[in-house]
Design a protein around this ligand. Structure first.
Ligand SMILES: Cc1ncc(COP(=O)(O)O)c(C=O)c1O
Length: 368
């Protein structure tokens, strides 16, 4: 079976983890600040705070821009559920707006139309690593939290890296991501005030100069361990190579699937925006059964999955907010036809050809 995703892990990662174990500093040790400094420098952000997941990063980012009970946050329904859930953690309401059919990111015009007097922030998601149009959102004059969990390595048209605009931007390090710490996340930040607040809130509300059991605000346990940070430091050293390898695999896919006209491939970079390759998601032609395609691919030894379902149509969101089909037609059409294909840095050109052949024959049979 050709797997969907696979992290690149070598002897350097093993050695780094063993070193932490031998140091006996498994948490609150020196590797977390070192990882933060190197990550911030890599992205070009003034500050970074390491946390236990991308979801934790989103939660603390929303708190940092002041999202609270009763507020609304305008966001994309075409995302991993965590981006909307994080809004609910603060008893605020995620207000969805439709997506751009080319980039699959939150459409700035639709987002502007969804703003009300209760809107406290905008939460664009850089989906599948393609930069969201943050400059357009910035013109709307509201605080912005960026979900960059899928977008490490992406660059905006103006040359600024995703995560370096000064808005809090959340990154995730689950093993399918561009780099991994097992579980983990990072929040890039533009000001010392935000960095201090986030560092305190990830550690139960304790300020750095306070005693061990003294806390001056509400906080959480969103700390990243030193074991994870050590892994992160090694992975960060490999990042440019892994991103280049992902881009190469994407290029092979593009060539191998070019002949299949009705199959929609990930949009190519346009206008200077640069994708940080995360997944290779195609949309099957109208008339093909996406779920059947996934099953038929599995029978041919190719792992794939429907990716992503529309958040507003998930049962929890339907029941809680009364969402129904037809509300966000672009998102719904894309969500019904999207499949993530196997995609990882060490994938070979032969494996890409195998996946492409399997997909084409499954789709030809389905559309016949
Ligand atoms: C768009 C998006 N947002 C948020 C997350 C949440 O990250 P994590 O799984 O690290 O909590 C993910 C990762 O799966 C994601 O893809």
């Amino acid at each position: 079976m050709i797997p969907l995703a696979r992290a690149v892990l070598g002897p350097e990662e093993e050695a780094a983890i063993i070193e932490v174990l031998r140091s006996k500093r498994l948490s609150l040790g020196p590797r977390v600040p070192a990882f933060e400094r190197e990550f911030a420098a890599h992205v070009g952000a003034p500050y970074a705070s390491a946390v236990s997941s991308g979801t934790a990063a989103l939660h603390l980012a929303l708190r940092a821009v002041g999202v609270a009970d009763g507020d609304e946050v305008v966001t994309s329904p075409f995302s991993f559920v965590a981006s909307a859930n994080a809004v609910l953690f603060e008893r605020a309401r995620p207000v969805f707006a439709d997506i751009d059919p080319r980039t699959l990111n939150l459409d700035p015009e639709a987002a502007a139309a969804a703003i009300t007097r209760r809107t406290r922030a905008l939460l664009p998601v850089h989906i599948f690593g393609y930069p969201a149009d943050v400059p357009a959102f910035e013109k709307l004059g509201l605080p912005i939290v960026e979900d960059a969990c899928e977008a490490l390595g992406a660059v905006h048209a103006d040359g600024v890296n995703v995560g370096a605009r000064g808005n809090p931007a959340a990154f995730g390090f689950y093993p399918n991501k561009q780099m991994t710490t097992g579980e983990g996340g990072m929040l890039t930040l533009g000001t010392t005030e935000m960095k201090e607040r986030v560092d305190s809130e990830r550690n139960q509300g304790r300020a750095p100069d306070m005693g061990w059991l003294d806390h001056d605000r509400l906080g959480f346990n969103y700390r990243l361990t030193d074991v994870a940070a050590a892994l992160g430091l090694v992975q960060l050293g490999r990042l440019d190579g892994m991103l280049a390898a992902r881009a190469r695999v994407a290029g092979w896919y593009r060539e191998a699937l070019a002949g299949f006209e009705d199959l929609q491939l990930p949009c190519p970079d346009e206008g200077g925006d640069r994708r940080g390759w995360f997944v290779f998601v195609v949309q099957v032609p109208h008339g093909a059964d996406r779920d059947e395609t996934v099953r038929a691919l599995a029978l041919r030894g190719v792992q794939s999955k429907p990716y992503l379902p529309a958040i507003h149509l998930m049962s929890f969101y339907r029941e809680r907010f009364g969402h129904r089909e037809g509300q966000f037609p672009v998102c719904e059409d894309v969500a019904a036809r999207s499949i993530a294909l196997p995609f990882f840095p060490e994938m070979t050109e032969g494996q890409v050809a195998e996946v492409a052949e399997a997909l084409e024959s499954v789709l030809y049979a389905a559309l016949k």
